[in-house]
Design a protein around this ligand. Sequence first.
Ligand SMILES: *[C@@H]1O[C@H](CO)[C@@H](O)[C@H](O)[C@H]1NC(C)=O
Ligand SMILES: *[C@@H]1O[C@H](CO)[C@@H](O)[C@H](O)[C@H]1NC(C)=O
Length: 394
Amino acid sequence: MLGASRMIGRYVIALVSLLVLHMRAEGAINVGITYVTEAVASGAVCLDGSPPAYHFSEGFGSGINNWLVHFQGGSWCQNVSSCISRRDTSLGSSAHMETAVTFHGLLNNEEEFNPDFYNWNRILVRYCDGGSYTGDVEAVDPVTNLHFRGARVFQAVMENLLSRGMKNAQNAIMSGCSAGGLTSILHCDKFKALLPSGARVKCLSDAGYFVNANDISGAPSIEEFYSQVVATHGSANNLPASCTSRMKPSLCFFPENVVEQIQTPIFFLNAAHDSWQIANILAPPDSDPSGVWHGCRTNIQNCTPEQLKIIQDFRMEFLTALRKASRFSPHNGMFIDGCFAHCQSDAQQTWFSAPVVGNATISRAVGDWYYDRNGFHKKIDCAYPCNPTCQNVS
Ligand SMILES: *[C@@H]1O[C@H](CO)[C@@H](O)[C@H](O)[C@H]1NC(C)=O
Ligand SMILES: *[C@@H]1O[C@H](CO)[C@@H](O)[C@H](O)[C@H]1NC(C)=O
């Protein structure tokens, strides 16, 4: 008995030291949660009425006045029933969030793994409004207790960070992945306006360039979905006015309709065959009643030649929509790999090792663009499966 438990004990110790070694090898640290409790007074709350939250790893050395604010992703809830399903989860309530998370990729605190940003103040803002921080509805239905207040959450979190020292920022980046990557596009100029006028402020959108394309049945399902998001969250007044003055607000949820007016330099990191977009914009379950896309929509290796052809056409639609992000702004950067992926900046492997496009990793491409190093900052890869360094999700 004793021998067995001793062996189990040793086994556990070995496992734990392996884990610690592994974490050290990646230079990742655990970062505790901070609740922005003062936000509640201004009604800046998560879907369930709880305070917003973030994880904050303090800058050090030469990075002490540099700020990287990264917005977590997690899709959207577009109607009352889907928002109720989200309300009592970590994507709708800070009462349900893990109290610590590990910082990888662009949030990593070791120079060896994140040479340009490791010593910045690094913040991961937890996503809990379900509307990419655009919502603002005063009324709260006592039956559902749903709060649509994303825009107020954005403001309150920013005020909190400014008071913690971001008001003295010399360098700053607003970034985010997926729904957070869209946030960093929609709110980029707002972020810039909050920071000191002399600061170098830029935005980084990771997997946030969602395109307005029809699905495989020919239906405009993403356009319909976003129009429900905008209606449910009361988003119209918090989308870029330069867009809402020209077209209906729900179309201003699409980057292709807002990027030409963004004044702040912005970097678009995206897979050209974004795996979320293929599964949810191109081939959502409703567009495929017979289920022939079932295997392909989650793993590109399962796609038939006919399906791959449709995915390549989608890539061309994506690149056409992306052209608007490039045409008028020499200050923008991009890294559009030919991979099947979604969110590549906050995982260590994709951020720092591979994919490689035009000799650059993502970490290098973003760093060069941010600091205006090494010339040209727009890298567009060839189409799947040409790039052997891709980390295709399976
Ligand atoms: C609400 O959203 C869910 C999840 O996307 C969907 O299944 C449902 O049909 C929607 N309900 C209404 C009334 O539109
Ligand atoms: C990549 O690096 C190799 C070797 O240094 C060089 O010959 C090549 O021109 C580079 N390619 C690009 C696209 O920069």
